[in-house]
Ligand binder design. Structure first.
Ligand code: ADP
Ligand code: MG
Length: 220
């Protein structure tokens, strides 16, 4: 079982949206996926309530219960856990990072996010966990924004995921319906970006998406 923590001090940078999109991509790839929502606002748990599909499984969890829930997930044959964390100086994010195999740090291209970035980068660094920044909510067709952000990430010694998530309305529209962008508009640019990020994540974590498909078939 692999675990991804999605963490960033700043709110509104797309942590929850990214968690859900990757969780749906992983589910579509045939993996047994569990999403843990550690944010007391429970926006990802509420997204699951709006959703008609049963998968991916979403559970709200506190940091006290986190080790136990992860152990249960592993024993139940879960392939991938994605942990959505709250913003601000929470104790949840460090707990999630502690158990993660990969830390994704979504960051939007604005000064408020840049200012919060060093703390989150430090959190990943001090735990020695592999981490990568994901540029989110980027203006479509703006290369300068991407270049500036790349430099900021580099100064913090934070590798940048090769796939950039641009600002597209479909993310918001999908959220309203308990969907992810690739479900609402499979042919969209937003969907392609998520697919690119997902395939990079698979490679980073050496996730095998071929065997679980057979598992899925076997269950039918
Ligand atoms: N790539 C995107 N394009 C457009 N809107 C987005 C995108 N990512 C997130 N949003 C929207 O921005 C808002 C904040 O996103 P959210 O994922 O809740 O951030 P966080 O979890 O970091 O607080 C939500 O309304 C969400 O629908
Ligand atoms: Mg959130």
């Amino acid at each position: 079982m692999k675990t991804i923590a999605i963490a960033m001090q700043k709110g509104g940078v797309g942590k929850s949206t990214l968690t859900r999109s990757l969780a749906v991509a992983a589910t579509d790839a045939g993996l047994n996926v569990l999403v843990l929502d550690m944010d007391a606002q429970q926006s990802t748990a509420q997204w699951a309530e709006r959703r008609s599909a049963e998968l991916p499984l979403v559970r709200f969890v506190t940091e006290i219960d986190l080790p136990k829930v992860l152990k249960q997930a592993d024993e139940a044959g879960c392939d991938l856990v994605l942990i959505d964390t709250p913003p601000a100086r929470s104790t949840e994010a460090p707990a999630a990072v502690e158990f993660a195999d990969l830390v994704l740090v979504p960051c939007s291209p604005d000064i408020e996010a840049y200012e919060q970035l060093p703390r989150t980068a430090r959190l990943a660094r001090t735990t020695g966990k592999p981490a990568a920044a994901v540029l989110t909510l980027a203006q479509p067709n703006s290369r300068t924004e991407e270049e500036i952000t790349r430099e900021i990430f580099a100064n913090l010694h934070l590798p940048m995921a090769p796939a950039v998530i641009h600002r597209f309305k479909v993310h918001r529209d999908a959220s309203r319906e308990g969907l992810s962008a690739q479900e609402l508009e499979p042919e969209s640019k937003a969907a392609q970006e998520i697919a690119a990020l997902w395939s990079w994540v698979c490679a980073e974590l050496q996730l095998d998406t071929s065997a679980p498909v057979h598992k899925k078939k076997a269950r039918v």
